[in-house]
Design a protein around this ligand. Structure first.
Ligand SMILES: *Cc1c(COP(=O)(O)O)cnc(C)c1O
Length: 451
């Protein structure tokens, strides 16, 4: 056949067993390295977003030349991305990933093992098991703890609620019908709890949101009143969560006190530490995690405050048996004498994110995690002092973590307008969350060179 350039080329896509294209595949990899280093990482002084024009999809009939495609990404796609490398971006819980986890993520893709079952990922099944126990022990969840990585904190929360439902009503796993159950979280808790109640069939209306104080910490007396009220209406409380690092203000609920109440009313106790969990690495915040030993399950996202490239989140359980009971199904096409994570998880096929997390923890060490967490707390303190010193800004509440909530005090300039002005000037990129009925400004100080 004539070798026309428009013909599909196997050699561009897979390594040829005769190794004739080894150097071409290597060259493609190096081109990616250059693209990532020059056009993604080396952009600290570039705007938050360069190009806001609309994107138009065009899938060609014939495949494009790969290096040409990379240069299209460089010129057409990257300018439209949000530039988290800019140290003045501090809007949401989006960190710049550490270098090791960027490359580790490519390695995960290349190895492409599958967390569905042991036989498809033996080393990573071991690695994930041991990592989950390590984190469980780190949070004080006892000797029988276990867990699973999930693709995000929402999925971890959904999984936690499902385990709780199946623990409280074991028959609901087979017959559904858990509409009499009722769950309790604070009014500052993440919206994934509504999603979870929808998914597990208990219904969003059976999620009670308990009032918080002005920092966003759950009011313990209100929690108990709400539980008693539900009982008096003939409902069955089954789940109570404490939030360690709320999504808007970064508040940490009194974990111990919430846990004691959960246990008093025979409820599953979940700690949502998706964001705040990394705080346990510093002695400055560690005391706030007292009570995690009461938790039946816990969510933690290293993809947020531990600078691990997405995705990397986990659900830890106090008792491994809960994971087994909660999910156990059958994988008829797999060797069932081994530990198969596909039976401990809502997901089936799953990336081996454990490799990335393991490399991150090995590269940073516990002391490195502590250093980075404390550094971000210090940088957020600088921002806080700048707000305190400013005549037309004020703090919305005392910060707990590296999240600073502020607002404009200038009657001529709303917080929303001020935010836009700062973005237009390239001064700061803050988010504009709704907090107790008002739009406020939020800074999540994660960039290690923020400011
Ligand atoms: C971010 C967050 C979540 C959700 O995590 P995703 O990874 O975005 O799904 C849940 N709870 C809290 C407290 C969070 O901050």
């Amino acid at each position: 056949m004539p070798d026309s350039p428009r013909q599909f080329s196997l050699n561009s896509h897979f390594l040829n067993p005769d190794r004739s294209n080894l150097e071409d595949i290597r060259k493609l990899g190096y081109a990616f390295v250059d693209l990532i280093v020059d056009s993604v990482l080396d952009t600290q002084n570039h705007p938050f977003v360069k190009d806001e024009t609309a994107f138009e999809l065009h899938i060609p009939q014939q495949g494009q030349e790969l290096l040409e495609l990379l240069s299209e990404v460089r010129s057409q796609i990257l300018p439209r991305t949000v530039n988290f490398q800019n140290p003045r971006y501090m809007g949401h819980m989006d960190s710049v990933p550490t270098a090791i986890t960027i490359w580790a993520d490519a390695l995960v893709s290349a190895v492409n093992n599958n967390m569905l079952s042991y036989e498809l990922a033996p080393i990573f099944t071991e690695m994930e098991s041991q990592l989950m126990q390590w984190f469980g022990h780190f949070f004080g969840m006892g000797k029988d703890c276990f867990g699973t990585l999930t693709s995000g904190g929402s999925l971890a929360n959904i999984s936690g609620l499902l385990l709780a439902r199946n623990w409280k009503c074991p028959e609901s796993k087979n017959v559904g019908g858990s509409g009499n159950l009722v769950a309790f979280v604070s009014d500052a808790a993440h919206t994934s709890f509504e999603k979870a109640m929808n998914v597990i069939g208990t219904g969003k209306d059976n999620l009670v949101r308990v009032p918080t104080n002005d920092r966003g910490e759950i009011l313990i007396e209100e929690l108990e009143i709400a539980i008693q009220q539900a009982i008096s209406q003939g409902k069955t409380p089954f789940f109570v969560a404490a939030i360690a690092g709320t999504t808007v203000t970064g508040a940490i609920d009194p974990i111990q006190a919430v846990g004691v109440i959960a246990k008093r009313y025979d409820c599953w106790f979940h700690v949502d530490a998706a964001y705040g969990g990394a705080g346990i690495f510093t002695p400055k915040l560690k005391p706030l995690f007292q009570g995690c030993e009461l938790a039946d399950s816990m969510t933690f996202n290293p993809q947020k405050w531990l600078w691990v490239a997405r995705t990397c989140a986990m659900l830890i359980v106090k008792d491994r048996q809960h994971l087994v009971d909660g999910f156990a199904g059958e994988l008829p096409y797999m060797d069932d004498r081994t530990l198969n994570f596909g039976n401990l998880n809502l997901q089936g096929t799953r990336r081996t994110d454990s490799l990335k997390l393991w490399m991150a923890m090995k590269a940073m060490g516990i002391e490195g995690c502590r250093y980075l967490v404390e550094r971000s707390l210090d940088l957020s303190h600088n921002l806080r002092q700048w707000v305190d010193a400013s005549s037309d800004l004020e703090l919305v509440c005392e910060p707990t973590l590296n999240i600073i909530c502020l607002q404009s005090t200038d009657p001529q300039l709303s917080s929303a307008a001020l935010r836009q002005q700062w973005i237009d000037e390239g001064k700061l990129w803050l988010s504009l969350p709704l907090w107790k009925g008002d739009r406020i400004l939020k800074a999540v100080v994660l960039h290690p060179y923020a400011g």
